[in-house]
Design a binder for this molecule. Sequence first.
Ligand SMILES: C[C@@H](O)[C@H](NC(=O)OP(=O)(O)OC[C@H]1O[C@@H](n2cnc3c(N)ncnc32)[C@H](O)[C@@H]1O)C(=O)O
Ligand SMILES: [Fe+2]
Length: 540
Amino acid sequence: MLSLGIEGTAEKTGVGIVDNNGNILASVGEALIPQAGGIHPREAAEHHAKTIPKLIKKALNEAKIDIHDIDLVSFSKGPGLGPALRSVATAARTLALGLKVPIVGVNHCIAHIEIGRLTTSAEDPVSLYVSGGNTQIISFEEGRYRVLGETLDIAVGNLLDQFCREVGLGHPGGPIVEKLAKKSSKYIQLPYTVKGMDLSFSGLLTATIRKYEKGASLEDLCYSLQETAFSMLTEVTERALEHTKKDEVLLCGGVAVNKRLQEMLSIMCDEHGAEFYVPPAKYCGDNGAMIAWLGQLMYKYHGGDDIENTTVIQRYRTDEVDVPWMKSLGSRLKPPGNITAKGAEANIYKSKWNDYDTIVKERIPKKYRIKEIDEILRKSRVKREAKLIHEAKKQGVLTPLLLDINLKKKTIVMEYIKGKALKDVFHSINYKECIKICKKLGKCIGKLHNGGIIHGDLTTSNIILRDGKLVFIDFGLGQFSNEIEDKGVDLLVLKKSLENTNFNISDKCFKNIMKAYIEVTGEKEIMEKIKEIEARRRYT
Ligand SMILES: C[C@@H](O)[C@H](NC(=O)OP(=O)(O)OC[C@H]1O[C@@H](n2cnc3c(N)ncnc32)[C@H](O)[C@@H]1O)C(=O)O
Ligand SMILES: [Fe+2]
């Protein structure tokens, strides 16, 4: 059975033909080269309308088949630019009706992952999906691809594209930045922003442009921009790997062709004994084959779409689609040697301090990132963690007892908290007890925020229940701030963590957390703020 897939979510038009065994018979494409000022949705739509018929012919030629051999028409239903998507959907409908074959609309982001699994040996990976429109860390959990982390503002591809546009280097920016970056090894310090498994690139973009205006060389800036942005991506991927305990990483999307990004992720994976995969360059960026292949999977498990149901979805979320063809392989990753846990920031060892059970948190150098970034991050995080643990206590929130800090070795020795992580607690108690804990939790977070303390990685693994009391650990990504934006992001990290680990009760839990939080802080606008941040990070 042959599926013809049509892609056109942004400026690239693609047509591919794939059979039901995953053999790619053809994949052809053509990108619109925009004039200055980036992509215009209407121009992209016209480009698709003009190019699709030509590309279909080309693909049929490449596959050496006749148009009547096609059994299924697949198209990208979203996310993407409205006019571009509608242009593709119209072409797909016309073709399917003309050929009298079924039609199926697919999710573009999932197509990037599935073509990655098809063209590599990745089975159940943590996926880092990086492109012009999206930056997401994705893992298959409970029947769907869940977004564990993502950009809170612009996508990493967009960061590179916008930078190049601003400084007059042309479009697309990714390959230009990669080429120029090779000519420098001088690091100019730029802002590095990760929040748990989420990231933010807009401050980085502004800062890089400002350095350019002040006379920094483009080579140095491209080098520094790549090192900063890709270190951030590698760090959140490492955090997701540790979180899911999976042992494969799949890099996909247009930015995946970047050799430096590949190198960083591959070094990181090596250190964990995880396997690193990236599809052939041809299938990293937008292409028709990925749509044709996901069409096959969707058709097999969900059947075709009624023509009335082929409308496009501009903000089509990765986690909206049931994925019955995937099987979870469960947790496989084991920390090497005598390490208790190997995290994105530090190695954790259990130890003794006199008769006291302790944890040694050692922020070892990360080989994937350059010294200049590594040294600053490790030092500032050790300092910050110690300070925040101390300040949290002053607010009446329980944190581990600090026993020793060594800034040279970048180690903290602290009390070992004997208890159970909240994510496991929630799995083992009844609903009523969950709600009771949530109220306590909301109160604690409220106290932290009242004291100007932003935790920075507020996941249910970083809150431990000991003798009925909540103890907060892992303040390494924290900061001092009274901004409602920072409070909102902090709470959003928690919300997402609940959604990803305690799926069934997450809504009720979060409501109760927030009720208690508002009682303690009086911060009535916080719910609106959280909604705003959530809407912002959806596909733009
Ligand atoms: C929704 C859809 O339209 C969108 N697709 C998309 O953005 O096109 P894609 O082909 O996956 O990725 C293009 C991006 O990939 C970047 N890129 C291409 N070559 C690169 C390189 N060598 N290094 C870094 N980035 C590169 C480009 O600069 C651009 O930002 C998406 O997947 O989000
Ligand atoms: Fe894409």
